[in-house]
Design a protein around this ligand. Structure first.
Ligand code: SUG
Length: 460
């Protein structure tokens, strides 16, 4: 069934354990700088005019829609940008205005990296294992190091501060710093991780890497961002038993076709794994291993290449839809509207909804086009956090949303965000000042104290 969105309902889940989603609030410097090699949308929209206000409102509308479907919804605040400390570390000095002017004149690429609002894609913030899966009964999160892309590698210290503020109760949560990016550890967070679980059972964790640092099959054109060594270390830090982990390699050919994260070609929740038949290097072995680990409740939904090509999957972001499981077990696919506009992608969704054995019963289409044009769909924009009511009550409430709080954020975005940004606007000191004022007001409203460098937060 296609659904129009229902009016907002109370955001309380009625089941014992549920998945809360923390979406990245798009920052005021959202722009198109073509910074991500291997990400086709980022490359092809380089230097286009961006619309930060529209981007943030689209993201907020998605949060409202998912909350309105009855799911617990939270947000992670934007990071401080421009990241002036990265420009100073590169040797630029003087006042903030002078640093920005020198960067624009002599180091435009460094300036673009320092201005990226890429922290909006919180699927790359961290990897999470819920309390019921870990050997010490606490939720563990490992911040992603994002070392593959220079503009993203500056995110982890702030992500650590932000997640430690959210998960502030150390008797229930532990947030680990990112893996050392030197050597074998390239980690992209939850974008390369899927937790599958059937009712009441401990979760099975699927970790997907692009290549092993020690060699073996690897893409020829584009970087393999996630390494096997990083996935193994993350699994270890999460304190998930090895018997509950499955490691699989992405097909190098799909990385070269633009699948820079596994969540561009695969999404799962509950017992369901929706994926393209070309997603994995050895698809049959991966599905077999998951079947053994998850048991009879495992439900692979395979999309054949004669239904949709990898290229069309990448351009529509069909598999970057958000898959949500309602308390009664039925699942909802939250797709980008690009899927509805593409006859083959839309036919895949309709086929899945018609399949009497498919747990996916509903599709919802949302417009997050400003993010899509940088290669971020609905699933990239959210970090999943499986919780029970006790865990939820232990979260910092400033990160959680209600209809009133969404309305406040709406007004805050309208007050502070620029309508449009061109590449030449990034060095404007007014953008820096407006962004800091906005974040200052936001964190005061959230009640989280000083978490940003400009507020005097000490780096962890
Ligand atoms: O890392 N784009 C992001 C998109 C991340 C999508 N996330 C997931 N698939 N989970 C990236 O490539 C583009 C920024 C620019 O070019 O201006 C960018 O960083």
């Amino acid at each position: 069934m296609r659904k129009t969105l229902p009016a907002a309902t109370p955001y309380i889940s009625r089941i014992d354990t549920f998945e809360a989603n923390f979406d990245g609030l798009v920052g005021p410097t959202h722009n198109y700088a073509g910074l991500s090699q291997g990400n086709i949308a980022s490359q092809s929209n380089a230097q286009a005019i961006s619309r930060p206000r529209r981007a943030a409102l689209q993201g907020l509308a998605k949060m409202r829609a998912v909350a309105g479907l009855g799911f617990v919804q939270g947000f992670l605040p934007p990071q401080e940008r421009p990241a002036l400390w990265t420009l100073r570390a590169a040797g630029l000095s003087g006042s903030d205005e002078q640093v920005l002017a020198a960067a624009a004149r002599d180091h435009p690429l460094l300036l673009a990296r320092a201005c990226s609002a890429s922290a909006m894609w919180t699927a790359n913030a961290a990897t999470i294992a819920p309390a019921q899966d870990t050997d010490d009964g606490r939720l563990h999160a490992v911040v992603a190091n994002l070392r593959a892309m220079p503009h993203r590698s500056i995110e982890p210290p702030q992500t650590l501060r932000t997640l430690r503020a959210l998960f502030h109760d150390s008797s229930r949560f532990e947030v680990h710093a990112a893996l050392d990016p030197s050597g074998a550890f390239g980690d992209e967070g939850a974008a390369n991780h899927t937790r599958l679980a059937t009712a009441g059972a401990q979760g099975i964790h699927l970790f997907v890497h692009g290549a092993a640092a020690t060699g073996g099959p690897a893409p020829a054109k584009h970087p393999a961002r996630q390494t096997l060594e990083a996935s193994r270390e993350v699994a270890h830090l999460l304190r998930v038993p090895a018997s509950h982990c499955v490691h699989a390699q992405q097909s190098p050919a799909v990385i070269d076709a633009g699948v820079f994260h596994n969540d561009v070609i695969c999404v799962g929740t509950g017992g369901t794994l929706l994926h393209h038949e070309d997603a994995f290097l050895d698809g049959a072995a991966t599905i077999d291993a998951l079947h053994r680990a998850v048991g009879d409740g495992f439900h692979p939904l395979v999309v054949r290449r004669d239904e949709i090509s990898v290229a069309d999957a990448v351009s529509t972001y069909l598999f970057n839809s958000q898959l949500l499981q309602a308390p009664d077990g039925h699942q909802i696919l939250v797709c980008p509207i690009e899927v509805r506009e593409h006859p083959r992608a839309c036919a895949v969704v309709d086929r899945i909804l018609r399949d009497p054995f498919s747990p996916v019963k509903t599709a919802v289409y949302l417009n997050v086009r400003e993010s899509m044009r940088n290669g971020g769909g609905p699933a990239c924009l959210r970090l999943r956090v499986p919780l029970d009511e006790v865990g939820r009550a232990a979260l910092h409430p400033g990160f959680l949303l209600s209809p009133e709080r969404i309305a406040w954020l709406h007004g805050w975005i309208e007050r502070h965000y620029p309508e449009e940004l061109r590449p030449a606007d990034l060095c404007d000191p007014t953008l820096l000042r407006r962004s800091r004022d906005a974040l200052d007001e936001l964190t005061r409203w959230m009640g989280v104290g000083a978490i940003y460098t400009f507020q005097g937060a000490t780096p962890p």
